[in-house]
Design a protein around this ligand. Structure first.
Ligand code: SF4
Ligand code: SF4
Length: 200
């Protein structure tokens, strides 16, 4: 019963991810100057450990429920490449949420600092430098990744459309996920590097 419930939830989320990707085709470009201005400082990797915090735009990526499984299905990457955190999805169901951080550098970052799975990368990556948060009244609010060097170029139309994508997720995202997202962003306790220096 439990696994049938999880399978159904997974199918629902996979459908949701397909719909989000389809919807994003009509979202205007973010206009970020990633290639010109940045060394992918929002993509977690081992080399970041030696950087000053002001030079790191986002040291962690938190995936949505079942997004890790979705990416695995689409790209064939191993589960072992993700850090996994368990959260309650509802009163009966605990799920494993995937994360990428300095302890498990992003396996998709290529040597040329491009995203190797651009077509299926996490929504958290595609939304940055916008950072969604849920306030105590369960309303969606936004923070900005202040260390993103192309923040000033961010297209307001892109921001507006992406906010609507997240607004539609609020009813299906449990509070535990928002708590993890908020907690992870301030997390500094990454384990010692055991991975390659070059995560490409
Ligand atoms: S979103 Fe910002 S921090 Fe990330 S690669 Fe682009 S310019 Fe750099
Ligand atoms: S999935 Fe792509 S955009 Fe996201 S952290 Fe990895 S390389 Fe960067």
């Amino acid at each position: 019963m439990e696994s049938a419930h999880i399978e159904q939830l997974k199918r629902d989320w996979f459908k949701r991810f397909d719909q989000i990707l389809e919807r994003e085709k009509s979202i205007p470009s973010s206009n970020l100057k990633c290639l010109e201005l940045c060394q992918a400082r929002c993509c977690p990797r081992a080399g970041m450990r030696h950087m000053q915090s002001r030079d790191i735009a986002s040291p962690i990526v938190v995936l949505l429920p079942f997004e890790m499984e979705y990416i695995i299905e689409k790209t064939g990457v191993s589960t072992e490449l993700f850090r996994i955190w368990s959260i309650p999805l509802d009163s009966e169901t605990t799920i494993e949420v995937g994360m990428l951080d300095l302890g498990k550098p992003c396996p998709f970052l290529k040597e040329n600092l491009q995203c190797g799975i651009h077509d299926h990368n996490p929504l958290d990556c595609r939304t940055f430098p916008l950072l969604p948060t849920l306030n105590h009244r369960d309303e969606l609010e936004w923070e900005l990744g202040e260390n993103c060097p192309s923040l000033s170029f961010l297209n307001p139309q892109f921001a507006e459309k992406m906010k609507h994508v997240w607004l539609d997720l609020v009813p299906v995202l449990p509070r535990a996920w928002w708590d993890l997202y908020a907690f992870a962003d301030h997390w500094t306790g990454w384990p010692v590097v055991s991975e390659r220096v070059d995560a490409a």
